[in-house]
Design a protein around this ligand. Structure first.
Ligand SMILES: [Zn+2]
Length: 497
């Protein structure tokens, strides 16, 4: 009897404690919601910046590794390698200002124009100009380059390319620390392009496909090349080496509070046969590697080749998806705007990525309102649960689309899931917190919507169901802590470190 009574008291105590904790959590949540709403309504932007920095952010699932590293870190690596950087243009010597020289024989007194990183940093004017050339820093204020913003944006990658893959493991550690500092727990990054293979006959057949080729003839050309690639020892070795390289890149990055996965990708501005063999490698690698969770296609969507081959690329995806059905696709599509291309080019990119290629997520999706039957497309995306990765800074910088001109609210009103992501934070000079700040300050989502959007970054990630459950639990805990801290800030209490 005594035992029954004491058990009864123990259970009652546990229930009481549990409900007290639940009550406190509920109060903290309400206080956070009220405080956040007040900051947004009154446009108290500085305080909102702090709140968005503290906010748990789940994952960043539209993220380019090379575009995420800041120029300052690339300079550290140039120094570590002992490379130099040209201070002047010299056409005769084939020297271009701000370019990295990777050949040691040019790094001595014989070439005074090539200076080491220490000298770069001592020359403040040159240093600042270099940062502006390797990123969008100062672009808006000073128009440092006589080229259009989208061109300047994509040009930056050419400057740091010689150093960007110098030590990928070290770079990922750096990005992980940055992510953790802004309360992010998962990263799904586009790390390295998949390798391509050439074949004199099969490549030529694909490259010679006419613009009006039938789907059947495209697939026939894909089939003979794919059959070759599947059994060719050299092509298979490239894929195996690529997979091994990715394993080494991510070694030691995961810990209890942080997880990393990788998307593989192809460039949409290469010859069709190169895109196809590279896509074949991407699908193969993604099918067989636990870290490579998805395939993407990228680079400027308005380039001549990208526009010319768009329909062909979609058929490549459709063909390979049939043969690698488990592989998931996140695709850059609709990163266009009226005037950047002719109106005909705005009519079907997102639609084709969704209905022909089989994309599970769309990157950017900015031009959706120009698509033919945009309303039906939005309904299809909602029905198929296809998330859109929203990159507010990037869309503003590259396309000049922001504020009410951005379709983010249309996606939200149409019930299409959205995620907030950073795209290229090193080039844009932003971070994920700033993207949430733009989301909150410009579009005023209610607190519950903001929170749901954070959860979307795990829900629509390409993690396994088991990993998603683990990450969602961790996110629950992070929100409890965040809301407890915010409730104190809202009351004006000083938190102890
Ligand atoms: Zn992107």
């Amino acid at each position: 009897m005594k035992k029954i009574i004491s058990t009864f008291f123990l259970i009652s105590f546990a229930l009481l404690t549990h409900s007290a904790t639940a009550d406190t959590a509920q109060q903290n949540r309400q206080a956070t919601s009220n405080y956040y709403t007040k900051l947004v309504k009154q446009q108290r932007l500085s305080e909102l910046t702090m709140l968005m920095t503290m906010l748990p952010k789940g994952g960043d699932i539209h993220h380019h590794y090379t575009g995420a590293i800041y120029a300052e870190h690339y300079l550290d690596w140039v120094a570590q390698q002992g490379y130099c950087i040209y201070r002047e243009n010299d056409a005769q010597q084939k020297q271009e200002k701000f370019r990295i020289e990777t050949r040691p024989q040019f790094i001595n007194d014989t070439n005074k124009s090539c200076i080491k990183v220490d000298a770069v940093r001592q020359d403040n004017t040159f240093y600042r100009a270099l940062l502006a050339t390797w990123s969008m820093l100062d672009y808006e204020h000073h128009l440092t380059a006589p080229v259009a913003p989208d061109q300047h944006f994509f040009n930056t990658f050419g400057y740091f390319a010689p150093i960007s893959k110098f030590n990928t493991n070290q770079g990922l550690k750096l990005l992980k620390e940055r992510a953790k500092a802004e309360n992010q727990q998962y990263l799904e990054t586009m790390l390295k392009g998949a390798p391509s293979t050439d074949h004199p006959q099969f490549s030529a057949t694909i490259d010679a496909l006419p613009q009006d080729a039938s789907v059947a003839s495209m697939h026939a050309a894909f089939k003979e090349f794919a059959d070759f690639l599947a059994q060719d020892a050299s092509a298979q070795k490239k894929i195996a080496d690529y997979m091994e390289e990715i394993s080494k890149d991510v070694a030691g990055i995961d810990d209890n509070d942080f997880q990393i996965k990788v998307q593989t990708y192809v460039s949409r501005n290469s010859a069709p046969s190169k895109v196809f063999s590279s896509l074949f490698a991407a699908f193969s690698a993604s099918q067989d590697h636990p870290i490579i969770v998805g395939v993407n296609i990228l680079k400027a969507e308005n380039d001549v080749v990208a526009l010319r081959d768009y329909a062909l690329h979609m058929q490549m995806f459709a063909y390979l998806k049939q043969h690698f059905p488990r592989v998931r696709l996140a695709m850059h599509a609709g990163e266009l705007t009226l005037g950047l291309v002719s109106p005909e080019q705005l009519q079907n990119h997102i639609h084709s990525a969704v209905t022909i290629a089989g994309a599970a997520r769309i990157g950017h999706g900015v031009d959706i309102m120009h698509e033919a039957k945009a309303d039906q497309l939005l309904a299809t995306m909602k029905e198929r649960n296809i998330a859109v990765e929203i990159n507010l800074s990037s869309n503003d910088i590259i396309l000049g689309v922001k504020g009410q001109a951005h379709p983010i609210l249309v996606y939200m009103r149409s019930g299409v899931p959205i995620v907030i992501s950073s795209d290229d934070m090193g080039v844009s000079r932003n971070n994920l917190s700033h993207e949430y700040f733009l989301f909150a300050s410009r579009y005023h989502p209610p607190y519950d919507t903001l929170k749901k959007t954070v959860y979307n970054s795990i829900r629509y990630s390409f993690l396994s169901e088991q990993d998603k459950t683990k990450q969602q639990r961790q996110l629950d805990q992070r929100f409890l802590e965040f809301e407890a801290a915010t409730a104190k800030i809202a009351k004006g209490e000083v938190r102890k470190f």
